[in-house]
Write a protein that binds this ligand. Structure first.
Ligand code: DXP
Ligand SMILES: NCC(=O)COP(=O)(O)O
Length: 244
């Protein structure tokens, strides 16, 4: 079974559009948890365009006492971000190499050029007790280097998979993810995945062995608008049950 972690960025984006507290991010986290979701993901960006630092604290306070529910905080490991992680103490921290103004995540870390930068950061995060995941392209050399680092897991950046889902070359791309996940598992890393996954493309993705968690936000929120939150969560959980 693959765990579903619902990314609440777009709930916060809608909230921020009016400057009031609707929709309330914590209330939406509670709704998803009540419907059976076991993970909540947020990606606070430096400009707080959607998730704010306060949201991270509020969600930490909500989730910390809940057995079996995980908070995953994603972001670029700036000093500000690291201090937020040390204060909130999420179950999992996913490091993403995004520049401050970036529209959305569009590549994984490169251990060849950024390994030395990451090493002391990973040591520091180890002391805070959070599980460390590194956002990575499905590249075997990167997976090998991640396995030599202090990372516990990788998160495979699934844009290429999602983008080619309806194209003729989809089998080759699927194979890349399959091989990257298999190598990671062989080398002792856990494997997460995310970005642009949705109700259409997820069923095939979870046939890749070893995918422990998928974090999904943008499409899931759009699908909730179209189909309703209860229906959408039920469908995602049914798909994730097929993961192994
Ligand atoms: C790391 C990742 O793939 C997601 O966190 C994604 O970046 C979502 O961020 P936005 O909602 O800001 O696009
Ligand atoms: N880590 C990926 C994530 O949290 C959600 O990405 P998306 O579904 O909003 O593309």
């Amino acid at each position: 079974m693959t765990e579903l972690s619902v990314n609440l960025n777009k709930i916060a984006l809608l909230r921020n559009a009016r400057g009031h507290d609707a929709p309330n991010v914590v209330e939406f986290a509670k709704k998803f948890i009540t419907l059976g979701v076991k993970g909540i993901t947020i990606h606070p960006r430096p400009d707080e365009r959607h998730i704010t630092r306060q949201d991270a604290h509020d969600l930490g306070d909500l989730i910390r006492p809940l057995d079996g529910i995980e908070l995953n905080i994603e972001g670029y490991p700036s000093e500000d971000f690291l201090q937020l992680i040390e204060a909130v103490r999420p179950d999992q921290t996913t490091l993403v190499p995004d520049l401050p103004g970036q529209l959305t995540s569009d590549h994984g870390f490169d251990f060849h050029t950024q390994g030395a930068f990451l090493a002391p950061i990973l040591s520091r995060l180890k002391n805070s007790g959070t599980r460390i995941s590194i956002f990575l392209d499905p590249d075997l050399a990167q997976v090998r280097l991640a396995a030599q680092s202090q990372a516990d897991r990788i998160e495979l950046y699934t844009e290429a998979y999602a983008d080619t889902f309806n194209r003729p070359n989809r089998q080759d791309i699927y194979q890349q993810y399959h091989e990257a996940a298999a190598l990671a598992v062989n080398l002792g890393l856990g494997v997460n995945a995310g970005h642009d996954l949705n109700l259409d493309n997820l069923p095939r993705f979870v046939t890749i062995p070893g995918i422990q968690e998928v974090s999904i936000g943008h499409a899931l929120v759009v699908e909730c608008l179209e189909l309703g939150i209860n229906t959408v969560v039920r469908q995602y959980l049914a798909i994730c049950q097929q993961g192994h």
